[in-house]
Design a protein around this ligand. Structure first.
Ligand code: SAM
Length: 312
């Protein structure tokens, strides 16, 4: 069975990033299977899109899907923060981030993203990255594993889970996703085992974030996106949990204010200029209908900012 990722908050993103200029350029920093990119290319006939994704497998799917748009679409297999840092070409009028991973990763990739499947424990988006999730759970110290689970998953049973992982691996290495899910299930209290979410949800999220260094990439990338946008260009960020959303909210505030003086400074001496205006005082969230039709959209939040015309 083939699964297709539904682009989240599609209509809202299409409206918020509607290109103002003639022959505009958009950078889709998280191309995935190209769901958002396809909608933009269809809706705005003179738009060109550069699509980025670090996963070489999913980007091939997007390339096939978007081939009919010929030279209007270019795919680049890269981390978005690295690409944007080095970017010195034409200023885009729109930049989109749709953070996290795609349905493809859970359902088709075979890389152990889903605790409901029996697959190799890998979870790397970049297959050449130095270590996988199996390396973390089999070789990192117990405290390091506990810290990862707590910091990247906000999992309150992080210590118990890390201890259970280390006890298990003393007998045999942990190699499969369902094996890790079973260890976590056994480690947590019974009440948590039958709670609202599967007890392995947060730990799997935390390990995935760690192996791809996901959180450290967001702020430098969004900050750089603001720099390279053309005047009145817009940046939109869709996040799925507070660890992604909070730093974006703070960054937007900082760049809208301009001042980077320490909060205790009596007056501004940095001379920083506001770079953006925030268009979403409160984040846009999916409608009831979207949540019902596409349950993974439930936790999505969209924040949008526009670059000021007179920012140097
Ligand atoms: C939620 S999916 C995007 C779905 C896409 N908007 C669509 O509608 O089909 C996020 C994608 O971004 C990629 N990704 C996540 N973090 C990345 C990063 N830091 N650099 C490049 N690609 C990244 C993932 O591999 C995944 O394919």
């Amino acid at each position: 069975m083939e699964y297709m990722h539904h682009p989240v908050l599609a209509q809202e993103v299409l409206e918020q990033l509607s290109p103002p200029a003639k022959n505009p350029l958009m950078i889709d920093c998280t191309l995935g299977e190209g769901g958002h990119a396809l909608l933009f290319l269809e809706r705005y006939p003179d738009l060109r899109v550069i699509g980025l994704d670090r996963d070489p497998h999913i980007i091939e799917k997007a390339k096939k899907r978007l081939a009919p748009f010929k030279e209007r679409f270019t795919a680049v297999n890269t981390w978005f923060d690295e690409y944007l840092t080095a970017y010195d070409q034409e200023a885009p009028s729109a930049i989109l981030f749709d953070l996290g991973i795609s349905i493809y990763h859970y359902e088709e990739s075979g890389r152990g993203f889903s605790f409901g499947r029996s697959e190799d424990l890998d979870m790397r988006l970049d297959p050449s990255a130095p270590f996988s999730v199996a390396d973390i759970v089999n070789t990192f110290r117990e405290k390091e594993i506990a810290d990862i689970i707590f910091t990247n998953g906000e999992e309150r049973y992080g210590r118990r889970i890390a201890s259970a992982i280390c006890n298990y691996r003393n007998k045999q290495p942990i190699t499969r996703s369902d094996e890790l899910a079973a260890i976590i299930r056994q480690a947590v209290p019974a009440s948590y085992r039958y709670g609202r979410i599967h007890p392995a949800t947060r730990t799997f999220q935390a390990l995935r974030i760690a192996v791809n260094n996901e959180l450290d990439r967001i702020v430098p990338a969004v900050d750089r996106a603001i720099e390279i946008l053309r005047p009145k260009g817009r940046v939109a960020v869709i996040s799925f949990h507070s660890l992604e959303d909070r730093p974006v909210k703070h960054l937007f505030r900082k760049r809208a204010d301009g001042c980077v003086c320490p909060p205790e400074a009596p007056r501004c001496t940095c001379g920083g200029k506001p770079a953006i205006t925030i268009l979403t005082k409160k984040p846009i969230v999916p409608s009831e209908q979207e949540c019902q039709e596409n349950p993974p959209s439930r936790s999505a939040k969209l924040r949008v900012a526009e670059k000021l015309e007179d920012y140097p």
